[in-house]
Design a protein around this ligand. Sequence first.
Ligand SMILES: Nc1nc2c(ncn2[C@@H]2O[C@H](COP(=O)(O)OP(=O)(O)OP(=O)(O)O)[C@@H](O)[C@H]2O)c(=O)[nH]1
Ligand SMILES: [Mg+2]
Length: 216
Amino acid sequence: MVDKKVVIDIKRDLFGANEEAASENAEIFKKHGIKSVDIMGSVGTGKTHLIEALCERLKGKYRILMLAGDLATTIDADRVAAHGVDTLQINTQTACHLDARMIRYALNNVDLSKYDLVFIENVGNLICPAGYSLGVDKKIVVVSVTEGPYMIRKHPLTIKRADMVVINKIDLAEALEFDVGHLIADVREVDANIPVVAVSSKTGEGLDGLINVLDL
Ligand SMILES: Nc1nc2c(ncn2[C@@H]2O[C@H](COP(=O)(O)OP(=O)(O)OP(=O)(O)O)[C@@H](O)[C@H]2O)c(=O)[nH]1
Ligand SMILES: [Mg+2]
């Protein structure tokens, strides 16, 4: 008797399809000479604030497009648009992350000849976005001193899948008795070589260094 049971590895299928779409996105960015950065991090770590600060510093050098991922609202896209930067909000409705096909849909709906740098703000969440490649040059994770000292140790996978770690809100470290050096040491435990930059997107401290490390 023929065994007609077919086992489909849904996880492999799902992630495989995303990887394919991500490779195609990478080709699209390359074809248009666009640099691209995916910014991940928990809710409230300062992803939008960081993008606003970077746009202020970089909008004279690059024509920037910002894609904002959130379950609902256009709040983050509106905040960045207030800096004179083009934005597009992607509302995922139920999904806890952006995926490569959502980015493709967005890219298909803009004139890419108008841009040379794309910032993508992923959905506020330290877990899901790390599992989905978007086809960008750099995937960075923003943690901040307000989430407590254990974020890195609790989320090693996200660090492993990132190209860079940004520690934000260092202006608050003293008041919160937060040891930034300790957090950097935690990152080093997970990945000895990943670049780590400590910044305050509020005061601007560390942002020039971050721009350097991002090669922008
Ligand atoms: N003191 C201080 N506050 C900051 C800094 N960066 C962001 N904030 C504040 O932190 C809060 C959250 O910042 P957002 O930029 O909205 O954070 P987010 O990561 O985009 O949040 P979601 O999109 O909701 O996940 C806001 O009140 C910001 O003003 C910083 O460097 N220092
Ligand atoms: Mg935001």
